[in-house]
Design a protein around this ligand. Structure first.
Ligand code: ADP
Ligand code: MG
Length: 291
C-alpha cells in the first residue's frame, strides 16, 4: 500500500454540467477541477484520476446517429475510447497549466484503458444506464479487471499523474480467441473502486456536486454524514437512501474499496478535494478497527 497514493474519481459535473455544455464550458469546468487536483499534488499526494463521460458519450452517439448516412456509425465502445482521449486531453492541458502556476514539474499520462466485463453479465439483457440528451438506456456491466493495470501502475511508480479508465473504461469481453469490445458503459465509480484497489491507493476520493452523503436527500436541510463506517452505510443503503443512478454506485464503490483492503473512502464536493484527502471534509468511510 502506498501511503500517499490516491485515486480521485471526478463526476460528470466536474467536466460538463448536464446536457448542453459546449467545448468552452467543458474546458472551463475541467480547468476549475484541475486547480483542486494540482493542490493535491502540491500537498505531496501521488494521484491517479478517473472521470465520468455520460454527457460526452451520449453526444457522440447522437452525432453518429445523425450522420450515419454520410459516415459509418461507430460502436459504443469506440465512443467510450474517444471520450477517454478527448477528456484526457483537456485534463492534461488544464493540469499542466495548474502545475506551472505552482512550479510543479510532473509528467501527466492519459491511458486509453480497457476493462474486462462478463458477456453473461445480466446487465446486457437489462440496459439500465441513461446516457446523453435523450437519456437512452445502455447496459452497465460490472467491471471485473482493469486490463491495462500494469501500465497504470508503472506510470504511477515512475512519478506520473495518470488519467485512466475514463468513463468507466472501454468494456471488453474475453473469448477463446482474445478480447473484443462490447457496447456498454461501465459505472465510473465502481470502476474507480477497482482501479483504486489495483494501484494500492491509500484512499478513494469520489468528487461530486454535493458535500457528501445525505441521510435523507429529500429533506429541506439535508443532514450530511461525516465520518462513518461500512456498517452504517450499508444500513442506510438498505433503507433506500442511495438511488441507483447517482449516490448508489458511489456508496457501493466505497464499500467495495474497503472490503478489498482499502483504508479510507471519501465522497465529497469537488471544491474541498484537499480537505477530503486529509479526512477533513465529505463523508469519510473507514473500516472498523479490529476488536
Ligand atoms: P456525478 O456526476 O458526480 O457522478 P451524480 O449525479 O451521479 O454525480 O451523483 C450525485 C448526486 O446524487 C447528487 O447531486 C444528489 O442529487 C444525488 N443524491 C441522491 N441521493 C443522495 C444522498 N443520499 N446523498 C447525497 N446525494 C444524493
Ligand atoms: Mg454519476
Amino acid at each position: 500500500l502506498s501511503a500517499r497514493r490516491l485515486l480521485v474519481a471526478l463526476g460528470g459535473n466536474a467536466i460538463a454540467h448536464e446536457g448542453h455544455a459546449g467545448p468552452g464550458d467543458q474546458q472551463a469546468a475541467v480547468e476549475t477541477a484541475m486547480e483542486q487536483v494540482a493542490d493535491l499534488v502540491a500537498a505531496g499526494y501521488e494521484v491517479a484520476l478517473t472521470h465520468g463521460n455520460g454527457p460526452q458519450v451520449g453526444n457522440l452517439l447522437l452525432k453518429n446517429e445523425l450522420a450515419k448516412d454520410v459516415v459509418p456509425a461507430v460502436p459504443l465502445d469506440w465512443c467510450v475510447a474517444q471520450t477517454q482521449a478527448t477528456i484526457g486531453y483537456l485534463i492534461t492541458t488544464a493540469l499542466e497549466r495548474a502545475f506551472a502556476r505552482r512550479g510543479i514539474e510532473r509528467a501527466i499520462a492519459v491511458l486509453v484503458t480497457r476493462v474486462l466485463v462478463d458477456r453473461d453479465d445480466p446487465a446486457f439483457a437489462n440496459p439500465s444506464k441513461p446516457i446523453g440528451r435523450d437519456r437512452r438506456l445502455v447496459p452497465s456491466p460490472e467491471p471485473l479487471a482493469i486490463l491495462d493495470q500494469v501500465s497504470v501502475v508503472r506510470l504511477l511508480d515512475n512519478g506520473a499523474v495518470v488519467i485512466a479508465a475514463g468513463g468507466g473504461g472501454v468494456p471488453m469481453v474475453r473469448d477463446p480467441d482474445g478480447l473484443t469490445g462490447v457496447e456498454a458503459v461501465i459505472d465510473k465509480d465502481l470502476c474507480g473502486a477497482l482501479l483504486a484497489t489495483v494501484i494500492g491507493a491509500e484512499a478513494l476520493l469520489i468528487a461530486t456536486d454535493v458535500p457528501g452523503v445525505a441521510i435523507d436527500p429529500e429533506a429541506p436541510e439535508p443532514e450530511w454524514l461525516g465520518r462513518t463506517t461500512p456498517a452504517r452505510l450499508r444500513e442506510l443503503a438498505e433503507q433506500g437512501a442511495f438511488p441507483a443512478g447517482s449516490m448508489g454506485p458511489k456508496v457501493e464503490a466505497c464499500l467495495r474499496f474497503l472490503d478489498a483492503g482499502g483504508e479510507r473512502a471519501v465522497i465529497s464536493e469537488l471544491e474541498r478535494l484537499l480537505d477530503a484527502a486529509r479526512g477533513e471534509a465529505g463523508t469519510i468511510v473507514e473500516a472498523e478497527a479490529a476488536p
